[in-house]
Design a protein around this ligand. Structure first.
Ligand code: DX5
Ligand code: ZN
Length: 231
């Protein structure tokens, strides 16, 4: 059964590329520039070869994750950690709205999804460039979000891996046949020059780190993204 893509496009700047000497101001500025979500990359130097930030930082920025009119801006936590369950619960307590994890980082994927749901957050799975989609056969009904990595996880500023477009198309077909309104997010190497191709493949949620935080004018680059999407 085909479900029309009713999702408005979402742009989720990744604060991994933000200026950490002024993280609060960066969150406020990028929201003022029109960010829909804040993408929060959690890395443990075990599942990925980098170490980023934990629940305390999420808790610290949570009060800032609001628009000027006081509307909450969702914090989209991307766990690149192993194991998953305990830290997912900590992020739920720290104010995460959505929590996604890599299925190959959990010994019990369905249980980890239940942990996130029971903690009151939306849940998602994240697929690395070479990771098969088979697990979706058994858990797609549980998901609010599917995140396709278009880079290998661990660092910002990498180049987009083109095979992600085929993977997005394959996931889009699975979402349509599930009949569920699941967001389809793409993450890694997203620029104004390639975002439309990702949208045409079926993505509706876009993570961008270095393409935004590397620029001097966040409003201008967010406009470039929106213009490129044609919405
Ligand atoms: C990589 C992270 C991405 C990254 C995106 O492991 O999951 O979210 O920060 O940064 P750019 O947009 O610079 O590739
Ligand atoms: Zn990410």
């Amino acid at each position: 059964m085909k479900t029309p893509n009713t999702h408005p496009y979402v742009i989720a700047p990744s604060i991994l590329s933000a200026d950490f000497t002024r993280l609060g101001a960066e969150v406020t500025s990028v929201i003022e520039a029109g960010a829909d979500w804040i993408h929060f990359d959690v890395m443990d130097n075990h599942y990925v070869p980098n170490l980023s930030f934990g629940p305390m930082i999420c808790q610290a920025i949570k009060p800032l994750a609001k628009t000027s009119t006081g509307v909450d801006v969702p914090i989209d936590v991307h766990l690149m950690v192993q194991p998953v369950d305990a830290i997912a619960q900590s992020f739920a307590l720290a104010g995460a709205n959505l929590i996604s994890f890599h299925p190959d980082a959990s010994g019990h994927v369905h249980r980890s999804l239940q942990v996130i749901q029971n903690a009151g957050c939306q849940c998602g799975l994240v697929f690395n460039p070479a990771e098969p989609l088979d697990v979706l056969d058994w858990v797609i009904e549980e998901l609010d979000l599917i995140l396709i990595m278009s880079v290998n996880p661990g660092f910002g500023g990498q180049s987009f891996i083109d095979s992600a477009l085929r993977k997005i198309e394959a996931v889009k077909r699975r979402i349509e046949s599930s009949g569920k309104a699941i967001r389809l997010e793409v993450d890694g190497g997203i620029k104004p020059e390639n975002i439309k191709a990702a949208a045409n493949a079926g993505a509706d949620t876009f993570v961008a780190g270095s393409a935004i935080f590397g620029q001097s004018d966040y409003k201008a680059v967010m406009k470039k993204f929106r213009d490129a999407l044609g919405k």
